[in-house]
Design a binder for this molecule. Structure first.
Ligand code: OFO
Length: 168
């Protein structure tokens, strides 16, 4: 495997792992603050990101590359509002998309169509996750500071997220 691509894939393993820990931290914050629906949503997101990470680890090993399991920074764990929580979600997903695009670019430069093909799954996944994050943030913007709106948002979050991903 080309060393630049291997390095980028290892970086991506770290980003997926960091996203998983970040979402776990967000799930825990939501749990502690009485938002059980939001907590469940982020526990699930955290699991998904862990699977994204593991998929990369297995792929690099299958290609006889060298995997480096990374040390992670402490995730953000202090949020003032639900809006801040979901802004963090969207920012994280946009960042991950940008990093995936860098891998795709490098694959085309180095003509590694095998990795390019593998990464298409992540491109599709990111399209979906960014759309879900934007939809949820839009709903929160509409709700504003209305506490009963937050209650309903927490109750309905999985329905909102699922209807979004079904449209894609
Ligand atoms: Fe949504 O980050 Fe994984 O790919």
């Amino acid at each position: 495997m080309n060393s630049t691509i291997q390095k980028l894939l290892n970086d991506q393993i770290k980003y997926e792992a960091s996203a998983s820990m970040q979402y776990l931290s967000m799930a825990s914050w939501a749990d502690a603050n009485g938002y059980n629906g939001v907590a469940e949503f982020f526990y699930n997101q955290s699991e998904e990101e862990r699977l994204h990470m593991t998929k990369l680890v297995k792929f690099v090993n299958e290609r006889s590359g060298q995997v480096i399991i990374p040390q992670l920074d402490k995730p953000k764990d202090d949020f003032k509002t639900l809006n801040e929580l979901f802004e963090t979600f969207l920012t994280s997903e946009i960042f991950v998309t940008e990093q995936i695009n860098k891998i795709i670019y490098e694959c085309l430069q180095k003509q590694d169509y095998n990795v390019h093909n593998f990464m298409q799954w992540y491109v599709t996944e990111q399209l979906e996750e960014e759309a879900v994050a934007r939809t949820l943030l839009d709903k929160l913007t509409i709700i504003g500071n209305d506490k009963s709106g937050h209650y309903l948002f927490d109750r309905d979050i999985n329905t909102i997220a699922n209807s979004q991903s079904n449209e894609i």
